[in-house]
Design a protein around this ligand. Sequence first.
Ligand code: BG6
Length: 487
Amino acid sequence: MSPHQVEPHVFVILGATGDLTRRKLLPALYHLRDQGILEARNTLIVGAALQELGEEGFRLGAFEGLQQAGGRNETELRAWCEECLFYQALHEGGPQDYEALARYIERLERIHKMPENRVFYLAVPPDRVPAAMERLAQAGLLKSHGWVRVVFEKPFGHDFPSARRLNTTLHQYIKESQIYRIDHYLGKETVQNLLAFRFANPIFESLWNRASIENIQITVAEDLGVEHRGAYYQQSGAFRDMVQNHLTQLMTVVGMEVPVSFDAAAIQSEKLKVLHSIAPITQQDVVFGQYTSWQVGAQTILGYREEQGVPRDSNTETYVALKAEIHNWRWKGVPFYLRTGKRLPRKLTQIAVTFREAPTQVFRSLDPGSIPPNKLLITLQPKEAFSLCFSVKSPGRPFQLSDHALQFDYGKAFGQLPEAYETLLRDVMIGDQTLFVSEEFTETAWRLYDPLLAGEKTVHLYTAGCWGPSEADALLEKNKHRWALGW
Ligand code: BG6
């Protein structure tokens, strides 16, 4: 069997009645089926949750959810739910309930003549992970005659000691090669394409260093606030929710050396080297912000402290900007600026690579305006695109330069792109860990950031709908840089 084919297995979702299953997992699984990657012959999906729900109830819920998401052929969808979806209630979630789950899975495997290959997707709150692992192990589900893989969602701890404890707990039951920690940013097509862009195109790779690049900025901006997740967010804040994971992953993909091969171990090892090379980040290199309310016409956008589940005197940050320096041969002297925030003007995920200015300004006497530096903008959201920005002469006289871009739009070239979860679930099924977070990565990232998260922090307020506190602009101005935005 080719390494890219899905071997027959049972895909068990713990927490199958939750939001993640409905919004992300089931649609992704159904798309995989649409692409012919997943069929009843190779994948049976078993939902398990505390909720007392029969098989029919689970199938109906899945059917309705997928149908609402639109564009599906009703007959095919119904047939898929009937053939591929199963459910086992975990009642109290006690040892005997997991025993029953084990018997249920074994029965399915027998009836469908499946080998004992199993994926367990833990779509449960983080505080339930250790107990769930213990029960799965007690019920004998983590040992089989086939393979067993376990998928976890973030957060992987909230600081270094808790991440270490969690990893130690997981390793009591399974090996690192069986663990798939999801950071859904790694499943986004553009992130993978960034690897192709860098390592398949020598023209860019030869410029990818401190000789040609002035600074690199990674922006993950969201227009939404914390929505109904105030209570969770209050514990986490933007740093733990976004910077420690998503933005750090992007930074290491941008900054890594060329791996010796395109396999999980080689890529993960290069990303890890980048993390190890980051110089300690001081409080002066970080700006924390929190959004306040905004009145737009008759509408009021609530400030963070007015959101449900948030204390009125909360000091939790909804915005972070920071400067990191990678102290290695390639990047010494090139600042990496990271920023993320809620309630910013629009949803935008973008990596902006600003190149150094020309050594002499030949056109200064003709066009006294400043010539913008060349930039490469890699946009992940709202659409996936690359733009290479450069100066051209505007027609006629007087001699003037203006900034234009060569653009590559992923959607236009390839049509609809797969959702991050589709890519990641398929990779779990084929056993490819390249796009998952390793134990060492998550622990090293916590070790880097823990000093910034310990103790009191100064949080600067910004009005919802603007690009964050002015202190974040000042952070760049110290180095005569500005936040890049465009195309
Ligand atoms: C999640 C965070 O990991 O990523 C959310 O918990 C955030 O707070 C989300 O909104 C952003 O993901 P995306 O794919 O919409 O950029």
